[in-house]
Design a protein around this ligand. Structure first.
Ligand code: SF4
Ligand code: MG
Length: 341
């Protein structure tokens, strides 16, 4: 499909001490229209930093030092670089085109306003709806996420955790955005509620046709919801691919390690193997491949030469991997054909 969001060579640094922390180090990533793109990695891998930079919600000491983020918006519209927009231009895009549901979504509702007032504010400001029309629309939106209409007059603290999160998602969808960015939106609820919320997001997406960037540390959760997955490590994308393929046939040793750490929700039980060690500090990132200090398959070039992110094939759906075990599409493809013969 057509791209909706194109991230090019994005760099984000934290300038909280003399030596900056390079939290995002040259990320290239494309979200296609109608797609759910999962971004996965341990905490400290740069995925939240990436997404706050992309949505221009980063706060000091984080600074986006280079790159572009092209948002293509409605079909046929000229793309705009989100990094070059003024605060005023951004405010027009927010809610109407781009909505965010952040980590601990449960806190995203204003605790001193009734649910109905929060919907009326957003729909009044961005859609010009009267209070009464906004409440009618809010009731519809809440019904879509399984919240009864009588909860419209409730205060946030009167809702359960799961309900607050679903209300936050409904609010994000109020203006029918093209893109919904979700950062760990289900971490604070139990597994049953998590599954229910994921199912609802998938259903809403089919109905309303928005695209999703979904961030989590849990790879197994992404095969339930994502079309494509990007794996981040030490501030870089190390592998991308169709969700199922990336999960069943991971090429990057870090992806394989994540898979062992998060076995599938369904299917046969496997032994859970944690990933030894922890992500590197990014004030002085490791030389060569960022994963080499933890990689069970590290070999000669890994500590000195950084592997480039290379396509695994020529099809548009082909994944990409940055690892010296996969030096490029041609030799790997030949090897597979040879062994099949
Ligand atoms: Fe491991 Fe080397 Fe591949 Fe990095 S490049 S993931 S260290 S094998
Ligand atoms: Mg995070």
């Amino acid at each position: 499909g057509e791209p909706l969001l194109t991230i090019r060579d994005l760099h984000v640094d934290y300038f909280d001490q003399a030596e900056p922390v390079h939290a995002v180090r040259g990320v290239d990533l494309t979200l296609r229209r109608g797609e759910t793109l999962g971004v996965v990695g341990e905490s400290g891998c740069g995925k939240s930093t990436l997404i706050t930079a992309v949505t221009r919600l980063e706060r000091p000491p984080a600074v986006t030092t280079a790159g572009s983020v092209l948002f293509h918006g409605r079909e046929g519209a000229e793309p705009v670089d989100l990094l070059r927009l003024t605060e005023r231009e951004l405010n027009k895009l927010r809610w109407e085109h781009i909505a965010v549901v952040f980590q601990s979504a449960m806190n995203a509702l204003n605790p001193v306003l009734r649910i109905s007032t929060q919907f009326a504010d957003v729909l009044g400001r961005h859609r010009g709806l009267s209070r009464r029309d906004a409440e009618r629309r809010a009731a519809e939106l809440l019904a879509m996420v399984g919240i009864p209409e009588d909860r419209l007059r409730a205060w946030p603290h009167e809702l359960s955790g799961g309900m607050r999160q679903r209300a936050t998602i409904a609010l994000a969808l109020a203006c029918e955005p093209d893109l919904v960015v979700m950062d760990e939106p289900t971490t604070a609820v139990d597994v049953v509620m998590q599954r229910q919320i994921l199912r609802q997001i998938a259903r809403l997406k089919r109905r309303l046709g928005f695209s999703v960037v979904f961030i989590t540390h849990d790879l197994s959760l992404l095969i339930e919801i994502a079309d494509r997955i990007a794996v981040m490590y030490a501030g870089q994308v190390v592998e991308t691919g169709p969700a199922r393929q990336l999960y069943t046939d991971p090429r990057h040793p870090y992806t394989a390690a994540l898979r062992s750490a998060f076995p599938p929700v369904r299917g046969p039980r496997r032994e859970i193997v944690g990933i030894p060690g922890s992500p590197p500090g990014l004030r002085t990132p490791p030389t060569g491949c960022g994963f080499h200090p933890r990689c069970p398959r590290a070999f000669e070039p890994c500590a000195t030469t950084a592997p480039a992110l290379l396509a695994l094939g020529t099809a548009p759906s082909a994944g990409e991997v940055a690892c010296h075990l996969h030096p490029g599409p041609t030799p790997a493809a030949n090897a597979r054909q040879d062994s099949a013969r």
